[in-house]
Design a protein around this ligand. Structure first.
Ligand code: OAD
Length: 248
């Protein structure tokens, strides 16, 4: 792909750069997206059943088991070149932050530090009544275990529909959007709020906005540069074009 000079200069010179990622970033690792393809999760499974607190309370065993399968699947998969480029960018220059909607932990596995997880992480659990955080070595059997503090059921510590985002993470993310010079939005359908408001806020605050996605999204009209294609292909090319050196 050919990149224009302004794009390359902005990336090279940025002192505060945000990578903002959605499910499309992990597609090339083999993780299904939520709503854009035939095998997407919310096309094949009812989100009100599997991604709401009321769905969990109505059928805790089935929902727990569904997430256990997701966890097992993730253990067989690994980060792809898109995750690795973002981690290398953080090593190359100061002021790079990854904000993600993904719950798979692949950014950290690829080496990114201080990742802001807006929708939680599938490896963590909390209790359904009070949000007590469960120890990481909780027994992941067929049925949800009980909270050691209050006895209520444990559920994955991720954000379900109708729930607030983690307040501190969202606050930091908002600040970064107001402050950054370049904002790169990767693999997001821009349908789920409030996370989807962040790229728009960054653009309003004067950031140079880059989008990487094979499909058009509501962000196309606002972005300064739309790179249509797969993150795992475009990001390594962008690294090479900006830094003129191979990915470490
Ligand atoms: P979606 O499934 O809504 O959208 C995935 C996006 O990735 C689409 O715009 C695709 O075109 C794009 N895409 C697909 N393959 C790609 C590739 N190889 N490279 C780049 N982009 C690609 O996923 P999100 O926008 O992340 O919430 O969904 C937002 C939230 O909805 C998720 O965080 C999830 C879900 O409910 C939770 O899990 C809490």
């Amino acid at each position: 792909m050919q990149f224009d000079d302004e794009l390359l200069n902005r990336l090279r010179q940025a002192k505060r750069l945000v990578f903002f990622t959605g499910a499309g970033t992990s597609t090339e690792s083999g993780v299904p997206t939520f709503r854009d393809e035939q095998n997407s999760l919310w096309i094949n499974f009812d989100a009100t059943r599997f991604a709401t607190e009321s769905g969990f309370r109505a059928n805790p065993g089935q929902v727990w088991q569904w997430y256990a399968e997701r966890r097992q699947q993730l253990q067989t998969l690994s980060p792809n070149p898109a995750h690795r480029v973002m981690a290398a960018w953080q090593d190359k220059t100061a002021g790079v932050t990854v904000i993600t909607q993904n719950i798979d932990g692949f950014h950290q596995q690829a080496g990114s530090r201080d990742v802001i997880e807006l929708h939680g992480n599938i490896t963590a659990n909390k209790c359904v009544d009070f949000g007590h955080v469960a120890p990481m070595d909780v027994n992941l059997s067929d049925q949800p275990p009980h909270c050691q503090q209050c006895g209520s059921l444990l559920r994955p510590d991720i954000v379900w529909f109708g729930e607030a985002l983690p307040a501190v993470a969202y606050h930091f993310a908002e600040q970064l959007c107001f402050d950054c010079e370049v904002f790169v939005c990767i693999g997001c359908s821009m349908e789920v709020y409030p996370a989807a408001s962040l790229p728009f806020n960054a653009a309003r605050s004067g950031a140079y906005l880059i989008q990487i996605n094979p499909q058009a999204t509501p962000l196309d009209e606002v972005a300064d540069c739309n790179l249509y294609g797969k993150a795992g292909e475009i990001l390594p090319q962008l690294w090479q074009a900006v830094w003129q050196e191979p990915l470490p």
